[in-house]
Design a protein. Structure first.
Length: 148
């Protein structure tokens, strides 16, 4: 279920220039009116400054099979939020979806990030090599994780 309906509100462009998003360059972190959620669910408001802090604030145990606490997950998400503008948009019992504002650039960076994803959630890698997964990161604005 989308967080907003319809098109995002029009925003004035400074000095009549095209925005960075319209120019095709990597832009700023997504604002709430640009986040989308592809699944049905409920909205939960959590008093945190960053979406990355939600798992720790809730004491989330969805990654417990990987021996990760909500605090561990928050530490990883903060790093990805800082580096890639990754925003938590969905959190289930043992699933999580992030929307990404800035995809990794370069094959080496993608492979390193794929290794981070592997360490974070090995269940995502059924049928993928690190290189295949890294190439997929270059084409995706959403990162989904599930722990079996």
């Amino acid at each position: 279920m989308p967080l907003s309906t319809g098109a995002p509100p029009a925003r004035p462009e400074p000095h009549g220039r095209r925005s960075r998003a319209m120019s095709g360059r990597r832009g700023p972190d997504p604002t709430p009116d640009r986040l989308t959620v592809a699944e049905r669910g409920s909205l939960l408001l959590v008093p945190v400054a960053r979406t990355a802090d939600v798992p720790a604030a809730l004491g989330w145990w969805g990654a417990t099979n990987a021996q990760l606490t909500g605090g561990d997950v928050t530490a990883v998400l903060r790093s990805w939020e800082d580096r890639f503008g990754a925003s938590l948009v969905s959190l289930g019992v043992d699933t999580m979806v992030l929307q990404v504002a800035r995809r990794p650039t370069g094959a080496e960076r993608r492979t390193v990030l794929a290794a981070e994803h592997f360490a974070f959630c090995v269940d995502n890698f059924e049928g993928f090599t690190l290189e295949d997964y890294g190439r997929a990161l270059d084409r995706s604005d959403r990162w989904s994780f599930w722990w079996d």
